[in-house]
Design a protein around this ligand. Structure first.
Ligand SMILES: Cc1cc2nc3c(=O)[nH]c(=O)nc-3n(C[C@H](O)[C@H](O)[C@H](O)COP(=O)(O)O)c2cc1C
Length: 361
């Protein structure tokens, strides 16, 4: 039985949620991840400057109407009044939850002292949290890093400020702003944050397998895990995590759930179709390329496929090449299986479907 968590008035089923990733966690990918068991999926970040919300790109990002679960809209900014106005506007757009971004180290975001750059100005953090929670009746959540740099890991203080201002949950990426994406995520500060607050805490950073999720939950005591890059090319990871946590709760051991090459093909074809519908053909094909490069990882011939796919401009061709690539992978698997059962050794290790399916990127 999957465990549930309360976020303000909402109950979410499961302990693994999808992280916001600009350019990747659009409505299509959020819906796919939710279909595969993600308990919640946060939108890509949106600037708090609502004057900029009427561009085509922003309008696509802000359209939550087709989301198949809780609608969590993330805002990024540094001016308390502007953040408050954005939170109000998020409610008008149908958001169920407003998420504040204090976790993104992108230069574009940090130059304006928003995202994770805010963490070094605790007074401003407090003013933003107060302004946003006062401006909207919606539950407000916070995405943060462990601090500004390794010498200034003020994550515990920020978390306590957040709880005091009525923030309903925290997602903590186990790196400081200065770490960007280098080194390994550390979970000690997340553990300290969990011990210091009573609201749900999601541990985030470098969690790519069900075993990682179990280990991080055990170590930090966090209520859930937030998965970003680990879900790329394997959105079924959420089901694997749910299954593993259930099995552990009942004393079983973690076993990866098999997703066949054929199932993988069907998932990506559905994914591509939905991207063309959301973005139109031109942009849909481009976004599709990124996801294809993750879906085909660890399958024989992936490099050639990737090199070909980057040059393809039409949806029809992209779909056709994808069908062929996965059909080839499937028949290579059949060949391998036939060889194995007949005792013939076919030296084709990277084509082994069990490595394709059970290894994680
Ligand atoms: C391409 C990319 C885009 C991201 N965009 C956002 C974003 O829009 N908002 C945010 O809070 N974090 C963003 N992040 C950070 C992720 O949410 C997450 O904290 C980080 O990737 C660490 O988790 P992971 O190791 O599971 O990927 C982004 C990360 C990546 C790789």
């Amino acid at each position: 039985m999957t465990s549930s968590l309360r976020l303000g008035p909402h109950t979410i089923e499961g302990r693994a949620v999808l992280a916001p990733m600009a350019g990747l966690t659009d409505q299509v990918f959020r819906n796919i991840c939710r279909d595969f068991g993600a308990a919640m999926a946060v939108s890509e970040m949106n600037t708090a400057d609502t004057v900029l919300w009427n561009t085509r790109k922003s309008m696509t990002r802000l359209d939550l109407s087709g989301d198949n679960g809780l609608r969590v809209l993330q805002i990024a900014g540094s001016e308390p009044e502007q953040m408050a106005a954005a939170a109000k506007a998020a409610g008008n757009l149908g958001a169920d939850i407003v998420d504040i971004n204090m976790g993104c180290p992108a230069k574009k975001v940090c130059r304006k002292l928003s995202g994770s750059a805010l963490l070094r100005d605790e007074k401003r953090v407090l003013r933003i949290l107060e302004a946003v929670t006062a401006a909207t009746p919606l539950p407000v959540t916070l995405k943060m890093r462990t601090g500004w740099d390794p010498e200034h890991r003020n994550g515990v203080r920020i978390a306590q400020l957040a709880e005091a201002t009525g923030i309903k949950s925290l997602a903590v990426h186990g790196r400081t702003r200065a770490c960007l994406f280098t080194g390994n995520a550390e979970y000690e500060t997340i553990r300290a944050i969990k011990a210091a607050v009573g609201i749900p805490v999601f541990a985030n950073g470098d969690i790519c397998t069900a075993a990682d999720a179990q280990r991080v939950l055990d170590y930090t005591g966090a209520d859930g895990v937030m998965i970003g890059r680990g879900a790329l090319g394997q959105p079924w990871l959420f089901n694997e995590i749910n299954q593993a946590l259930d099995d552990c709760a009942t004393g079983g051991q973690i076993l990866p759930t098999a997703v066949t090459v054929k199932q993988r093909r069907d998932i990506i074809l559905t994914h591509l179709d939905a991207l063309y519908s959301l973005y139109g053909e031109h942009q849909g094909v481009r976004v599709g390329r990124k996801h294809l490069s993750w879906y085909c990882k660890q399958i024989e011939g992936a490099k050639v496929f990737r090199d070909t796919i980057v040059r393809i401009e039409s949806a029809e061709e992209q779909l056709q090449l994808t069908r062929h690539f996965f059909a080839d992978a499937e028949s290579a698997r059949d060949l391998q299986m036939a060889a194995l059962t007949s005792g013939i050794n076919v030296p084709c290790p990277t084509n082994n479907p069990s490595s394709v399916i059970t290894q994680h990127q």
